[in-house]
Every structure is written in C-alpha cells, then in structure tokens.
Ligand binder design. Structure first.
Ligand SMILES: *[C@@H]1O[C@H](CO)[C@@H](O)[C@H](O)[C@H]1NC(C)=O
Ligand SMILES: *[C@@H]1O[C@H](CO)[C@@H](O)[C@H](O)[C@H]1NC(C)=O
Ligand SMILES: *[C@@H]1O[C@H](CO)[C@@H](O)[C@H](O)[C@H]1NC(C)=O
Ligand SMILES: [Zn+2]
Length: 442
C-alpha cells in the first residue's frame, strides 16, 4: 500500500513534470546591459575566463528583435518573442493622443508590461517559490496585480557606472538569497551599454568598462561564496543586445526621412522615430501605400516593411501595438525623422538593429551546481533561457517560445537537477528507463 502510494507520487512527478525538490536550487539571472558577445576578446578578463572554466560559455546568443532594452529583457523573463509578450518598445505610446513616455517612465506603466504574459517571478511565486528583482527592467510593474516579493526599483537618474553601487547591490541580492531564502533573483547593471553608446564599442572607455564588469563578476562569485550559496546557487549572466559603431563624417549619407522625395509627415498620423536605427509609422487613412512607396528603396541602408510583410526571423509583426510601417537601418546608420540643423542623435554606438547582425549578439555565461564545467556551447536564441531557468528551479513554465532541449546539454543531468522527494525512491527504482515502465500501475 505504502509502496503504491509512493509510486503514485513518483508517477505524478514524471507525468506532470512537477518535481518536489529536496535541496532546492536557486537561480540568479544577471544582465549587463549591452555586453556584446565578443567584448572579452580585446580586454583581459580573468574573472569571466574563470567563470567559463567553472561553468558554461556560449559562443554568443541571439536576442529577439527589436534589439532594445525593455523588450529584450522581458523576453529573458518570459521566454516569449516580443510580438508575443507585447512589450514592443522601450517607449510607451498612445497613437490617438500622440503621447509618449521615455524608457524610465515606461517602467511604471503597468498596462504596457502586463499584456498577457507573466514574468518568471510571478510564475515562481505562484508555485511556492520566492522571487526577487533588483533594477531589472520590468521590476516596477505589476502583473495581474502581483509583483516580485522582494524588489528594488531603479531610482531615477541612477548612476550606472558607480562600481561601489554594483558591489552594494550584489551583496544585497546575496543576502536576499541567504536571509530570506529567495529562489530566484534577477539583477540588472546598466553598463557597458551607457559607455558603448557614448564612446562607441571600439573605444578605450568601453574596454575599461569591460574590465569593471570583469571585476564585478569576480566580486559576485566571491559574494556568493561568502554568503554560503555556492552549493545551491546557479548564476546565469547575459545581456539584452550588443552594440555597433555609428558612421560619422561628411562621406556618410545620413538617413533623414524628411529629405526623401514623395514622403511627407503630413501623411503620418503618429511616428516613433529618432530612436537609434528603428522606427514605426502610423499612416493617415488611405496614405499607407503613398508612404510605403516613397520610403521603400529610398536609401540603400534603409529597410522599409509593411507590418504584415516583416521577415519571419524577426518575429515582430503579430501584435496590435506594432504600427503598420516598420523601418530599420543597416549597422552604422541611424534613422532620423527631420533634420533641422544639428542631428538629434549623437551616440557613437547604437543597438536596435536586425538580430542577425553579429554586433547585436550578447554574451552568455552560466555557473553553478546545475551546470557542466568548462563547457563551451554554440549559439542559441535568448528565448531559450526562460525554460532553462524554470527547469533548474523545478517550476512549470508558462507558454513560451523557447525549448529546454536547446540548452539542456549544458546541465549536469539532462533530467531534473533536483531529486524528487519520494521517500522510497530506491524501493521503486531510481533509473529513468525502469521508471518509464511504471505507467501500467493505475
Ligand atoms: C494588450 O494591450 C492592448 C493595447 O495595447 C490591449 O488592446 C489588449 O487588450 C492587451 N491584452 C492583454 C491581454 O492585456
Ligand atoms: C558615477 O559614479 C562614478 C564612480 O563613482 C563617478 O566617477 C561619476 O562621476 C559618476 N557620474 C555621475 C554622473 O555622477
Ligand atoms: C520502503 O520500502 C520498503 C520495501 O518496499 C518498505 O518495507 C518500507 O516500509 C518503505 N518505507 C517507507 C517509508 O515507505
Ligand atoms: Zn542602450
């Protein structure tokens, strides 16, 4: 009788995939904004190198399109392409009133973030785990009325490059894991994105910032150890997108929509432009073809698409929030609306380009008890990080666009990383092949 009961528990675990963890594993997801996949190649990065030796390094990862901060971070938290989770831009906007909100203000617009897809914090909490977040995009919003149980929202005008803050935030997160027994925390650093924009990805300033990131990586791993977390804590490090250099100078033929023959802003009802390489237009009634015909082919480095004809690989079409005309430029160029006198865009580095461009690819590292050591893997899409995290945490993922099979080879065991809590596992059987014969028991 007892034996049948325990087999039933085991069977439920196998069929439902809901493991009951004995020693739960924890996950810390860290994003270093704009850390391009190859930033460790021209800088000495002893701590990142050590992390690769102790864990897994991917050659690079592919972010979703649009390759900007909030949309791509929400993909990390949900495993969904941007057209499916609905956070389609850094900026909230209302096409009826032409109102727009910037990146920071948009963090506080619940309806923008809570559009039908739950981030991992909420899913984990609903399944009995404890989740936290520090400064990660999406932290300020609530989802179906719920928030991460421990959270710190980024203050406005936060100094992203202050190394002392990085260490304080790291220790804070580690104490959440230890003292409040959190299972999952997402942690965000706004560099090297800011430095990459300001000085360009090939600058000495960017290389200095990568050294700072590397010191932080060492500090993070030390802090985990000091807090007694190494046996339980898995650290996944990645980024939202990469960075590319913008061409400047008299020889560069800038892309300025107002200068394009046949195009007129009087045909446009609402526009989202002057935001790096990407833009979207809502034509006035009956003006879609006029605008499309004028813009298509107007500049060799400008891509113009009707929403429903967007290239498949971008997964940026099937959402009401995406406007009827989508524009983007080739690396090196930015998209300008009107050129009055001086350019409104003066960054030396930008992102937001096609996610197939190598310069848009972020880095990926993972270390911890769930991961193999000294393993280098090939590239994969960042939608697959979500099911991986759910698997390590032992929670049932929401519907998502990723697949565990893509990343599972990184794990020490391809099965659950935690053992099911069946009192008499040995009495039944502990091997997968024998267990799979159990389903004959009613
Ligand atoms: C998502 O947002 C759109 C408006 O942008 C709204 O029409 C739609 O109902 C929202 N869906 C959900 C599930 O919140
Ligand atoms: C940010 O912090 C760094 C390091 O403390 C400092 O050098 C820099 O001036 C600060 N930036 C701003 C804008 O306060
Ligand atoms: C474990 O299994 C053995 C043999 O099947 C049985 O005698 C024992 O009572 C079981 N123990 C528990 C705690 O279920
Ligand atoms: Zn940026």
């Amino acid at each position: 009788m007892l034996r049948v009961a325990s087999l039933c528990v085991l069977l439920a675990w196998l069929v439902l995939g809901v493991p009951v963890a004995k020693e739960k594993q924890k996950v810390l997801l860290i994003s270093f904004d704009g850390f391009r996949w190859d930033y460790d190649r021209d800088v000495d990065t002893p701590n990142l190198d050590q992390m690769a030796k102790d864990g897994v390094k991917a050659q690079y990862v592919t972010p979703p399109y649009l390759t900007v901060t909030s949309p791509t971070h929400f993909t990390l938290l949900t495993g969904r392409y941007i057209e499916n989770h609905g956070v389609i831009h850094n900026m909230w906007f209302n096409t009826a009133t032409s109102e727009k909100k910037g990146y920071y203000q948009t963090q506080f617009v619940n309806e923008w973030w809570d559009n039908g897809t739950l981030p991992i914090w909420i899913t984990a909490q609903r399944q009995g785990l404890k989740a936290g977040s520090l400064h990660f995009p999406g932290t300020a919003s609530s989802y179906q009325g719920e928030v991460a149980m421990v959270r710190e929202v980024e203050p406005s005008f936060y100094n992203y490059s202050n190394e002392a803050f990085w260490y304080e935030n790291t220790d804070k997160v580690m104490s959440w894991f230890r003292d409040q027994d959190l299972d999952f925390v997402s942690l965000y650093f706004g560099e090297p994105d800011m430095t990459g924009h300001k000085y360009g990805p090939d600058s000495p300033e960017r290389r200095e910032m990568v050294k700072q990131v590397d010191r932080a990586v060492g500090y993070i791993r030390n802090s985990a150890e000091k807090h007694g977390l190494t046996k339980q804590l898995n650290i996944i490090m990645t980024a939202d997108h990469g960075m590319t250099t913008i061409f400047r100078g008299p020889d560069v033929e800038e892309i300025v929509l107002s200068k394009i023959p046949g195009f007129s802003f009087s045909d446009v009802s609402f526009q989202l432009l002057d935001y790096g390489p990407s833009g979207m237009l809502l034509p006035k009634p009956g003006k879609l073809e006029t605008i499309y015909t004028a813009l298509k082919g107007a500049h060799p480095n400008l891509h113009v698409y009707k929403k429903e004809e967007m290239p498949e690989h971008l997964h940026f079409s099937n959402n009401d929030r995406i406007l009827p005309i989508v524009l983007w430029t080739d690396p090196g160029f930015v998209l300008n609306g009107v050129r009055v006198y001086l350019p409104v865009q003066f960054n030396k580095g930008e992102h937001g380009f096609d996610n197939q461009e190598m310069d848009m690819k972020p880095f990926f590292r993972a270390v911890g008890p769930a991961f193999h050591q000294n393993l280098e893997v090939g590239p994969f899409e960042t939608v697959n990080i979500y099911p991986l995290m759910c698997h390590i945490l032992g929670i049932q993922p929401e519907v998502n666009d990723g697949q565990l099979s893509v990343t599972q080879h990184m794990l020490v065991t391809s099965k659950q990383t935690t053992q099911p809590e069946v009192t008499n596992l040995s009495a039944a059987s502990s091997s997968q092949s024998e267990i799979s014969e159990i389903p004959e028991i009613p």
